[in-house]
Design a protein around this ligand. Structure first.
Ligand code: FAD
Ligand code: DHB
Length: 391
């Protein structure tokens, strides 16, 4: 097979890139190792920044999101048994976020791609990228048990953290920056209407908790747990009791309980690989960087990478200039490091570090009190949460 742009991975990054390139008349092929059912059910992120919402609308994938997504104009910070609301529109000049699950974004993009898009092959597993420094890089992959090749002008690695594309950048060129955190998230989905209108980020001596949602009838909740936690050690009653304790406030508030339909543990890590381009291979999304989930930046960062990349391919096609493609890695990494910083700050401000001294806990509270007391500090949080400009 031959194409202009070979995309490895049919997650949010690969699928959206295919739509954006299609709209610009650039042909491409998407190779996805899993089945359609698997990628459409994989539970992950739920909060879309304004820029992500705009990008999905612009490529025709906004209809169901606009009908079913929930616009959120703020979040609540909970600490010292007190509640503090951050109002996004007044602090950011009118910006907000959308609650719409990654599973639904993927379903919408897959449906569009299969209806009128360039090829999207499921159960097509890339094995290696060859000759990335040449004008005709090649992806070797297996599809339906047969080994095949995809000859491209450019190869895009959108194959997530465990993919193979990153390894095509020679070790001598590649630099990685990494931090592991001494805690994980236990996440549940529950068939119960959310007990809050907006997300609650709660810090307390027992650890962090997050109250989120997927729809008016489905709640999504997270608890900080030690690394290595087995979800089997957390029967449903234990989870609800712990959530109750961590969200407790002075005044009137209660947590509604309901049937738990999914339960999983996610470790937390920051990871950035540089550069994001080598020769004719470009990396995007989790293939190049991972953030801890606090602040909901992972999916949004994957989307901004491919928006920057699509703009570069559009310029190449319209004017013949590769200037934006040459700037791709630097343009993305500036934004990636801002999101990495924000996710790190949110994570370390809200979680209880089992290895830290009491001093750190006091500094966390001082940071939270500062956000509650200062419009400038709250505006900084709101600007980052709703998404920094693409640049
Ligand atoms: P992915 O979604 O990982 O997609 C990569 C795709 O490539 C996959 O479909 C995979 O099957 C495919 N692939 C892999 N290898 C190959 C190969 N060799 N050949 C072909 N295809 C291949 N972010 C948030 O903002 N909030 C959250 O709550 C949150 N929760 C998360 C929970 C978990 C368990 C994980 C892993 C991530 C979570 N994230 C969250 C992060 C967010 O979901 C990711 O940042 C986002 O999915 C990145 O999209 P992507 O397209 O870059 O990568
Ligand atoms: C969700 C995940 C996050 O990491 C976050 O900061 C907010 C919401 C969610 O899955 O709903």
């Amino acid at each position: 097979m031959r194409t202009t742009v070979g995309i490895i991975g049919g997650g949010p990054a690969g699928l959206l890139l295919a739509r954006l390139l299609h709209a610009e008349g650039v042909d491409c092929v998407v190779l996805e190792s899993r089945t359609r059912e698997y990628v459409e059910q994989r539970q992950r992120a739920g909060i879309l920044e304004q820029g992500t919402v705009d990008a999905l609308r612009d490529c025709g994938a906004g209809t169901r999101m606009d009908a079913e997504g929930l616009v959120h104009e703020g979040i609540e910070l909970r600490f010292d048994r007190q509640r503090h609301r951050i109002d996004f529109p007044s602090l950011t000049g009118g910006r907000s976020v959308m609650v719409y699950a990654q599973t639904e974004v993927v379903k919408d993009l897959v449906a569009l791609q299969l209806a009128d898009g360039p090829p999207l092959l499921f159960e097509a597993q890339a094995i290696a990228v060859e000759k990335p420094e040449s004008d005709r890089p090649v992806v070797r992959f297996t599809h339906r048990g047969r080994e095949q090749t995809l000859e491209c002008e450019y190869v895009i690695g959108c194959d997530g953290f465990h993919g193979i594309a990153r390894a095509a950048v020679p070790a001598a060129v590649r630099r990685t920056y990494e931090r592991a955190y001494p805690y994980s998230w236990l996440g549940i989905l529950a068939d119960v209407p959310p007990s809050c209108e907006e997300l609650i980020y709660a810090r307390g001596e027992r650890g962090f908790a997050l109250n989120s949602m997927r729809s008016p009838t489905v709640s999504r909740l997270y608890l900080q747990v030690p690394n290595g936690t087995d979800p089997a050690d957390w029967p449903d009653d234990r989870i609800w009791d712990e959530l109750d304790a961590r969200f407790a406030v002075d005044g009137d508030w209660s947590l509604e309980r309901g049937p738990v339909t999914a339960k999983s543990v996610t470790p937390m890590r920051s990871y950035v690989t540089e550069p994001m381009r080598y020769g004719r291979i470009l990396l995007a999304g989790d293939a190049a960087h991972i953030v801890p989930p606090t602040g909901a930046k992972g999916l949004n960062l994957a989307v901004s990478d491919v928006r920057i990349m699509a703009r570069a391919f559009a310029e190449l096609r319209r004017t013949g200039s590769a200037a934006l493609l040459d700037a791709y890695s630097d343009d993305c990494l500036r934004r990636v490091w801002q999101a990495t910083r924000f996710s790190y700050e949110m994570t370390t401000m809200l979680h209880t570090d089992p290895e830290a001294q009491a001093f750190e806990g006091r500094v966390q509270l001082a940071r939270l009190h500062r956000i509650a007391a200062s419009g400038a500090a709250a505006a900084e949080l709101a600007a980052n949460y709703t998404g920094l400009p693409l640049g």
